[in-house]
Write a protein that binds this ligand. Sequence first.
Ligand SMILES: *Cc1c(COP(=O)(O)O)cnc(C)c1O
Length: 425
Amino acid sequence: MNDLLEFDRAHLWHPYTSALKPLRAYPIAGAAGVRLRLADGRELIDGMSSWWCAIHGYNQPALNAALEKQLGNMAHVMFGGITHEPAVTLAKRLLDIVPRSLRHIFFCDSGSVSVEVAIKMALQYWQAAGRPRKKRLLTVRGGYHGDTFAAMSVCDPVTGMHHLFRGVLPKQLFAERPSCRFDAPFDPACLDDFRRLIVKHEGEVAAVILEPVVQGAGGMWFYHPAYLSGVRELCDCHQVLLILDEIATGFGRTGKLFACEWAGISPDILCLGKALTGGYLTLAATLATSKVAEGISSAGGVFMHGPTFMANPLACAAANANIDLLLCEDWPVKIRRIEEGLKAGLEPARSLAGVADVRGLGAIGVVEMKEAVDVEPFQAFCVDHGVWIRPFGRLVYLMPPYIIGGDDLGRLCEVMVAALQQAGA
Ligand SMILES: *Cc1c(COP(=O)(O)O)cnc(C)c1O
């Protein structure tokens, strides 16, 4: 075991870490249900769903079986000039559940790539329409859309990576973060800055890109659905496409199957990823309306993207089993139970000295601290107490698998509050 950790420390890069002084990494030897098993045999209750993905937990029998079946048939074939049942079935399933106006699907490898694809669709759309000046993106502060270049350019300019890549990233337009809380009365004035920008730049803006209702890695912030409907109206008024990034929010996490349902609106382009395969394999999808697809393809146009592992059959098979599993159970009830459990369990954090805010929506519970949390001691405390939670910056949050039981959820909250008490002290 020490060999493994030593080699890892010396040679493996982990997310957002130094090669010379990496943060501690824990060896996980297996996982089942809501538990991760450490190499020394100790078990941890999973509070993260492996970054929004593992909604049905780990080692899920139906997902395992679907993958084994597909593996016995074929693991992969190119998608150029070839099609296959897992991809067509997945496309049908998705078109059944996403907003009705979305009719065309592009499968790609990861969330970030699906954002690149969405942006390319918007640019090609306006090029084909004879309006090539429309090539900038408008978004809001506090967003996160991935780590590739175009995706980075629309991440929050302060907490994102703009300072590292100044001069390389395209300069996009940023409105203020939607200030109206999800759980407070809507103040239409919170749209003013966005309106000002879209009016001023309408001739050069190709698309608006937003995470609907829940801003994830950019700040774990929940804003009012009326803001989103306002954005939809303004996009329509000013001939700007709307890209919704539901990579984190899709598949039930917020209490709706897709977060845009909170506002009753639909986008021109939609990005899905993360929970799409139930956390089994990397797969994402970019969906477009007929207007967008036909626009790009008018006058013989073709959409210029084609990843090697496009529509990988194994990943599609996992996604099909994942969606079947989700829809065959009463997922809204599970989410509501988790929402209530998180609200009750995290409430005691409100009175802690270091805490700035406590908020929750669907199966997401967030405690915002006044100061950044020291990750290593925080995680060590959690692991010693049998739970897996990974804070970032001032944010500590839970987004457990939907299958979590009441006792495990209570334990997650209890340990998180105790760890926050230690961290803030
Ligand atoms: C995680 C995430 C992405 C990027 O997805 P990857 O699969 O990590 O590339 C993009 N947008 C949102 C909202 C995300 O949460």
